[in-house]
Write a protein that binds this ligand. Structure first.
Ligand code: ATP
Ligand code: MG
Length: 578
C-alpha cells in the first residue's frame, strides 16, 4: 500500500494524557485515537495489527478443533438473572432498556448465550464434545479504564466455551486450549508465563492466566526463583506456619482501655506491641453474608481469596451499622472474642491460628484485649469458623519451602475449568450411554486481542518508537525512496515493491514527497520490522540499504539482491516466531 493514500496521522509530541509507553506510542504512531474514557477508534494501521492477531488466534483455534460462531452483543437480561451474574458483575455490566421495556445486557462474556444454545441443540453424548468460539467486541463498564487499550471499556475478546460429557474430556480440551494459547502468543512474538489464577466472577474450579511480564502490568505475579510455582497474587498459596505450642499457663485475656485507638498503628503505639502481635478483625459483606475475616496485624486481607472462602459474591467492607451490630462497638474495636450471632461465617488466616497469643479489639468501644489465645479463647473450627489462607503473599513467604518473588505482568489470556455451574442453571444436559441425564461439563477460554497488541509494544520499543514482531506489525516491509522525483529511484522502488508484493509480502511504500528525516522518523515510530531505503547516492554504487528495525545501521545490498535479501531476512524473523 502507498503511504500517501493511508490515514497515518503520526504525532511528534508525547501525548500528555497517556500514562504508559504502549498507550503513548499507539497514539504517536497513528494506530488509535481516544473517543471517550475507555473507548478508542482504531485507525488503518492499528486495525491491521488487530486483524493479524485475530488471524493467528483464529488459525490456532481452528487447528485445535474449535468451531467459530457469532453470538449477539445485546443479550436478554433474564439469562443473566438466571445464572445470578447480573448481581455478580454488578456495575461492571453494561445494560439498557429497549423500547418495549425489556432489559438487555451488553456482553462482557457469553456463557449464558452459548450454554442456552447447547441446551437447545444437544441432547446426546454423541453430539459431544463441542468447543465453540467467537472473536467479538465486549463491553465492561470498568471502574477505572486506563492504560489506553490495556483496560478499556470496549475491547475485542476471543471467547470460547467447551462442553464435555466427562471430566477426562474437559481435561483434554483444557490442555488443547492451553497448548493453542502457547502457540498463539509465541506466534504473536510475546514472551509469557502461565500462572495459577482465581476464577473470578466467571466461577469454576481450575484456572490459569497467561501473563506478559512487564513493569506496566496491573497484575502481580508471585513465583519461586526456579519458576516451578507461579501464580497471580490473587491466588498465590503461602506455606502455613508451624502452630505455636499450646501453652497451658498462658495468662488469661485482659481488657485494656485504648481510647480512640482504632488503627493497628495507634494500638501498637499505645500498648507498645508490634503489628505481628495483633489480630486484625474485619467485618465484610460478601453477597448476602456477613463474614468476619482475621489476619495478623502486619498482613493484608486478599479479597479474592476471601471471596473464594465465602463461596463467591461481591466482597465489600461492611457498613458501619453492621459492624456495630456484629461487634457491639464502634468501628475499629472488633475482635474474635464475643462476636454476635449476626455473623454468618468466620474465616481465620493460618497465621492467626498459629499465634501463641495476640492483641485484638474487645468488641467494646475504646477497649482492646491482650493475651487472646487462638483455639482457647475463640474457636478455630466449628459451624461458622474455619482456618483458610486469606491473605496476600508478602516478601519472606514461601511456597513448598521455596522463597516467593514478586513481579508485574499483563494478563493477556485466561483459561478456566468451569464445571457444571452454567449447564445446570440453563439446562444444558445430555443423555449418556446409559440413558442417564447429565449436565455438560464446561470450560471457558478468553483472550484479549487489543491487550496482545499493547503488551507487544510494552515489551519491545526504543526511544524512536515501536519495535513490532513481524507477525503482528501493520506491514512486514517498508520501502523508502529518498528522492521520489528521480526516475531511477522511484522506478526501482516500484519494481522492488511489485516483486515483494508478488512474493506475498505485506509492503508499505512511503511514496510521500518530503524530507528523508521525516520519513525515517515515521518509519521508526511505526515499528515495521524491515526497511529498504533507496537513494540516489547509494544507487550510484549500485546499492540499496536494508535495515531491520532492531539494527543500529543499515546494510548496503546490491540492487539485484535487494528482493532476495528482504525475503531471506523476513524468513528469519518469521522463523523466530515458530
Ligand atoms: P482483568 O482481571 O484484567 O480485569 P478479567 O480477568 O476480568 O481481566 P477475563 O474475564 O478473564 O478478564 O477476560 C479474558 C481476557 O479479556 C483477559 O485475559 C484480557 O486479556 C481481556 N480483557 C479483560 N478485560 C479487559 C479490558 N477491560 N480491556 C481490554 N482487555 C480486557
Ligand atoms: Mg481473567
Amino acid at each position: 500500500m502507498k503511504y500517501s493514500k493511508l490515514l497515518i496521522p503520526t504525532v511528534k509530541e508525547v501525548p500528555a494524557e497517556a500514562e504508559i509507553t504502549s498507550h503513548r506510542l499507539m497514539i504517536r504512531a497513528g494506530f488509535i485515537r481516544k473517543v471517550a474514557s475507555g473507548t478508542y477508534t482504531y485507525l488503518p494501521l492499528g486495525l491491521r495489527c488487530l486483524q493479524k492477531i485475530m488471524s493467528i488466534v483464529r488459525e490456532e483455534m481452528n487447528a485445535a478443533d474449535a468451531q467459530e460462531i457469532d453470538m449477539p452483543f445485546v443479550q436478554p437480561m433474564e439469562l443473566w438473572e438466571k445464572t445470578g451474574r447480573r448481581e455478580a458483575y454488578g456495575e461492571t455490566l453494561g445494560w439498557f432498556t429497549d423500547r418495549h421495556g425489556r432489559e438487555n445486557a451488553l456482553s462482557p462474556t457469553a456463557e449464558e448465550i452459548v450454554t442456552s444454545l447447547v441446551a437447545a441443540e444437544v441432547s446426546s453424548y454423541k453430539q459431544l464434545p463441542l468447543n465453540l468460539y467467537q472473536i467479538k467486541m465486549k463491553y465492561r463498564d470498568e471502574f477505572r479504564p486506563r492504560f489506553g487499550v490495556l483496560r478499556s471499556r470496549e475491547f475485542i475478546m476471543k471467547d470460547s466455551y467447551s462442553f464435555s460429557a466427562t471430566l477426562e474430556n474437559l481435561d483434554e480440551i483444557y490442555q488443547s486450549m492451553r497448548d493453542a494459547y502457547c502457540k498463539m502468543f509465541k506466534r504473536c512474538g510475546l514472551k509469557f508465563v502461565v500462572v495459577q489464577a482465581q476464577s473470578g466472577e466467571i466461577g469454576g474450579s481450575g484456572s490459569e492466566e497467561f501473563m506478559v511480564p512487564c513493569a506496566a502490568g496491573e497484575d502481580i505475579i508471585v513465583h519461586t526463583e526456579d519458576g516451578s510455582y507461579a501464580a497471580n497474587i490473587e491466588k498465590a498459596q503461602i506455606d502455613a506456619p508451624a502452630k505455636a505450642e499450646a501453652n497451658s499457663d498462658a495468662p488469661a485475656p485482659e481488657q485494656i482501655n485504648t481510647p480512640n485507638a482504632t488503627t493497628i498503628d495507634e494500638v501498637c503505639q499505645l500498648l507498645g506491641t508490634t503489628p505481628q502481635e495483633m489480630i486484625k478483625t474485619l467485618v465484610y459483606q460478601i453477597g448476602e453474608k456477613v463474614v468476619v475475616a482475621m489476619v495478623r496485624g502486619d498482613h493484608d486481607v486478599n479479597e479474592d481469596k476471601l471471596r473464594a472462602a465465602a463461596g463467591g459474591g461481591t466482597v465489600e467492607l461492611a457498613e458501619e451499622a453492621i459492624v456495630q451490630e456484629v461487634s457491639g462497638a464502634a468501628v475499629g474495636f472488633a475482635g474474635p472474642v464475643g462476636l454476635t450471632v449476626k455473623v454468618d461465617q468466620i474465616v481465620i488466616d493460618p497465621w492467626v491460628a498459629a499465634m501463641e497469643s495476640g492483641v485484638a479489639g474487645a468488641n467494646k468501644t475504646d477497649y482492646h484485649v491482650r493475651n487472646i489465645v487462638p483455639g482457647r479463647d475463640f474457636a478455630l473450627d466449628g459451624e461458622k469458623a474455619s482456618v483458610v489462607d486469606i491473605r496476600n503473599a508478602i516478601e519472606g513467604d514461601t511456597n513448598n519451602g521455596k522463597p516467593l518473588q514478586f513481579s508485574r505482568g499483563i494478563e493477556v489470556g485466561h483459561i478456566f475449568k468451569l464445571g457444571t455451574k452454567y449447564s445446570e442453571k440453563l439446562g444444558a444436559t445430555f443423555l449418556d450411554e446409559n440413558g442417564e441425564t447429565k449436565p455438560c461439563i464446561m470450560g471457558c477460554y478468553g483472550i484479549g486481542i487489543n491487550r496482545i497488541l499493547a503488551s507487544a509494544i510494552e515489551a519491545s520499543y526504543d526511544d524512536n518508537g515501536c519495535i513490532l514482531p513481524v507477525s503482528i506489525a501493520p506491514f512486514e516491509v517498508e520501502i523508502i525512496p529518498l528522492n521520489n522525483d528521480k526516475e531511477e529511484v522511484s522506478g526501482l522502488a516500484d519494481t522492488i515493491y511489485t516483486k515483494l508484493q508478488e512474493s506475498g509480502v505485506d509492503v508499505l511504500m512511503d511514496d510521500r514527497d518530503g524530507r528523508p528525516g521525516v520519513k525515517f522518523k515515521d518509519a521508526d515510530l511505526l515499528g515495521i520490522p524491515l526497511r529498504v531505503v533507496i537513494g540516489e547516492r547509494g544507487l550510484k554504487e549500485g546499492n540499496v540499504e536494508v535495515k531491520r528495525r532492531t539494527d543500529d545501521k543499515p546494510t548496503n545490498i546490491p540492487v539485484d539482491d535487494a528482493v532476495s535479501t528482504v525475503l531471506e531476512w523476513l524468513g528469519e524473523l518469521k522463523q523466530n516466531l515458530q
